[in-house]
Design a protein around this ligand. Sequence first.
Ligand code: FES
Ligand SMILES: [Fe+2]
Length: 368
Amino acid sequence: MTEITGLRESFTREEYTSPEIFDREMRTIYSTNWCFAGLAQNLSKIGDRMVVEIGNESILIVRNRENQLRAFYNVCQHRGSQLCDASGSGFGAAITCPYHAWSYSLEGELVATPLHEKDAIDRSAISLQAVRVAEWQGFIFVALDPNAPDLLQWLDDHYSRPRDLEKFDMASLKNAKSTVDEVEANWKVLGENYSECLHCAVVHPELVDLVPIYKTGKTIQDDRADWGVSLADGATALSYKQNENLPLLPTMDDLDDYSVFGAYVYPNMLIDISPTLAVITRYVPRSATHTTIFTDYLFPADVVNNKDFDLEPTIGFSDLVNQQDISVCVRVQRGVASRSFTRAYHTKMERYCRHFVRRYRDEIKSVS
Ligand code: FES
Ligand SMILES: [Fe+2]
């Protein structure tokens, strides 16, 4: 392969389109890393449940009687029926299979086998298969790999420094709105797009008006060690409306400028902090060419609880940028499927994409 001055090779057409490679990614990357599963505030009561796809697996997360999170493969151990169809509340403290109504406790123990005498079956020998679950900053993560490092250690191993964002006390924020986008693009197309700002001046004219450094293609400012990026003079929020006096996120007050921060928590989570809003994005890869994007819009609880605040100009602006990104990613997915396309390239200015590719290659090699 000839080296091209100024360019590094990125993902190939096959890596963006092949079902076999997608399956390998699910069995390696999505089965060895912690994956973001959802907001802990959506599991606030005993028995609340969350059903999420992690890699090729359906995972059930519940809140138990001790107010702790528990996660299980969403599979009844009688004859294998999937247990729960959807996330929700109000199911009580038992998980009952829809097939023969065997019931499990919130600890995964088999507690009822209807139509059988109490002692006819040794129930203690059967239980739901547990999966590791942990919470950070109000975000629930699941690891299918029993040998994955502790969540905090794993977070520390990200070039994007997600733990720097702990200063915004994200667990204290409240979700005001959730959206779902079905996107005809590979999850890596989305991850690469998030990792660079070469496209910002072209694709996000409204955003670069508010964040001038993005016009240069840079994602961080050389003069700021905290990786914050300053808004334009006079701008106070990423919003259609400026100076609308929405309360700021915790700690934003202490910064000299109104600022924006972001982190790609590889492989499937984005955190975007702006003065008044935290946008939390979750990718669920469905196939090599399709990804579901879940987005939550978090504000300080006082803001969400006060109906006098109009959040739509802020949420709408963020969604505008999101839809602009989705539209270019779908365009990329159509292009990379062409027989004329061999591989993508990154320039030096896309250096975070290079981190992404490097980590991906290290991890996907581990498949047997
Ligand atoms: S498969 Fe679940 S109770 Fe039979
Ligand atoms: Fe973008």
